[in-house]
Each structure stands twice: as structure tokens, then as C-alpha cells.
Ligand binder design. Sequence first.
Ligand code: CO
Length: 286
Amino acid sequence: MDAARVAAGVRAIAEECTKPGAKFLDIAGTIESEVVKQGGKNAFPVNISINDTAAHYTPCIGDETVLGEKDIVKIDFGVHVEGCIIDQAFTVDFGGENGKLVEAADAALADALAVMKAGVSVKDVGAAIQNAITSRGFKPIENLGGHSLEPYILHAGEEIPNTAKGSYVLQEGDVFAVEPFATTGAGRVDEGTYCEIHSLVNPKTVRLPQSRRVLEYILEEYKTLPFAERWLADMLSTSSIEMVVNDLVRQGILHSYNVLKEINNGMVAQSEVTVIVEKDGVKNLC
Ligand code: CO
């Protein structure tokens, strides 16, 4: 799979540029342009989520945020080639105080992959994730989970929970992003107000010419895949982007991905790969 080859090359660059003092905008820019350089497209904006932020932080235009010396950072990126998506993530603990938390997320991923095969219920996969995390003294984040992937669809309907729940039975050929989240907090996330990522959910005719132009561009470039507001910077001024996005969100045309934070401000680690389900196991596509 072409996307897998691209993702593997990009992963090395992503690890290299994730270091204390690095600017979020530079990290996202480096990874996103590397995806294109290696022959893929970005399936969603690079998520750079630190500490108690679990997901959905991508830098905004003019973002001055830099990685701190003690941050625990999750880098989550997606590559697609003609709609076939590879979604993967890793966690780095700069301070060295959360090494065990990172290990718990990595172990949960390994244990999940070890039980996955055609005919296995996602409940049993969730149980393996939960057990790997709780046995190490942490909590799985119960309202986040892995997700099935289909061409051009990042969340295709089925879930790999972080706890023992769900009834879907894995089928041969299913493609899943498996992404355990472990935390030192309560084990739940809630939406924050920061929001830079959106996706098209309900295209319809719009009145404002500027909105119409942006909508056409999104349909053509991203289809239903998530995009960042800063990806529209070549078309519009920052204030126009805000106006158009608000207009499209208000009409129910765009869905917004607010940043997700652990409810007790616990530290969060994530480990993620994309796999295809086979008869006797899974094949790691990353
Ligand atoms: Co991901």
C-alpha cells in the first residue's frame, strides 16, 4: 500500500522534528509537507497535543506555541493516497516523568493487536487495552477509541474501545486505526473551546460567494476529510477564514473538532497504528 510506504518515511521525520523548543507550526509544517514530498496527501492536519490535551490540537495561523522541556507530546498524523488512509501516532515524554504512562499506551496497543483477528469482538480488544493500562496503574480514556477506516472516510462507523464494551465482530479485510489512550487522570475527555479542525459533513448550496468558493475548494481538495483553518490561508485572509468557517459551521455544512482535554487534567499518552484484519491476526500497515 502506497500510503503505508509514505507514512513510514514521514514517521522518521516526525520523530526527528519533535523536540523541546520546536514551534508547533514548524512541526506541523515539516510533517505535512513531507507527506506531500513523499507522494501522499494529508488525511487530516497534524495533531500536536501536549500534557492533558488528548487530541485535536493543530496550530492556528500565527501560533507561537513551542514544545516545553517537560511536555509529554502526542504527534498524530494521517497520510492518504487516493483515499486509502494510514493514521498513526506516537508519544514522547521530554521530562522523563511519564515514561511508565507512555509504556502503558504502547503495551495496550501491542496487546490489542495480539488479540485482533477476524471473528473477535471489539469488546475483547477493548478489554485487552483496559487491562494493559489499569494493570500499570493508569486509566484508559473511556470516551476515545480507535476507528474503522474506509476510502476517504476517517471515522467509518466501527470503534475499537479503550474499555471492554461494544458488540462489533471484526471481519477479514476491515481496516482499523487502533489507538489506546492512557491517562493519570479520571479517564475521560471533554471538549475545550480551541478549534482549528473541521470537516465537510453536509454539502449544500450556500449564498455567500466567498463561502461558496471555499466549499468548492474543500469538496475538491479534502472531500469529507478533516482540514485545518490554516490550510485555507492561500485563499483568504485570516479574518475571512474565520467568517467563512463560522458561516459554514452555522449552516451545519462543516463539523468542528474541538480540542479534547482530560477532565481532571491528567497527563495523556497515545499509541496508534493502522492495521488490516486478517483471518489469523492483523497486518500492521504502518
Ligand atoms: Co490518529
